[in-house]
Design a protein around this ligand. Sequence first.
Ligand code: SAM
Length: 284
Amino acid sequence: MFPLTDIGALRALLSRHGFSFSKSLGQNFLINPSVCPKMADACHPDLDGPFAVLEIGPGVGVLTRELARVAQKVITVELDTRLLPVLKETLADCDNVTVIHGDAMKLNLADLIAEHAAGLPVVVCANLPYYITSPILMHLLESRLPIHCITVLVQKEAATRLCAKPGTRECGSVTLAVHYFAEAEILFGVSRGSFLPAPNVDSSVIRLRLRPSPACTVSDEKQLFRLIHAAFGQRRKTLANSLCSAGYDKAQVLSMLEKANIPPTARAEQLTMDEFAALCEASI
Ligand code: SAM
């Protein structure tokens, strides 16, 4: 058994493998022993029977080992080749873990799930590299993978934005995009001292439970996301001005807003999901 949350043992393991942390890959490894068991226990709500977990970025495998404890199967994707021999050692006794080398943004995750977790319900659980938090979540959601739930550790500010309620100040385009596919909640906070090396900010664990069907119905999903993106492009401007700055014609914008029953002075952060859906329909 590897004491992966023991700083001395972790440093010795890494130094034996000649490993040095890469900031650009978002490598902040968890050393707080209470976080990984809590994440593993929280990542499979509503699933009573056997299930599989897809992890992104195992690092040295500290969370992976906990996931192997609760799941029947763990598929974990690591980009950094230098960590593969480390994982071979730290996960040697975990028969139910498959380590895949690759970029989680580029791999065909649906194929991976079909190949390694056929017949099992699947959840995602990860301490995400902070530089791809939103892109990876959008990639997971938009590719409509057969997953029930996504439980991830992200920077606190990102957690607030991802889990904000549409129509509130904390909202951004990613809030609406997440809300469209899932119900998001913050589970618990994780202090910066829980990582090696310690980042400059605290983090939170969030959970996205995928909806059986999207939060609203639109005839063109791509157009909905284009509009949301354009609306939040210039946060300080009114919605009408943001849409004009994004290339929409002024007369068309005013007519769209009128049809959707939205005042031209409204700001993107004030709109609910249903209002964005109405705006989308008015723009088609
Ligand atoms: N799970 C470990 C932990 O909690 O200690 C490590 C988490 S660390 C924040 C992020 C991990 O993601 C690193 O191991 C890093 O090498 C890996 N990573 C970074 N970009 C990646 C990508 N595009 N695809 C897969 N893994 C990636």
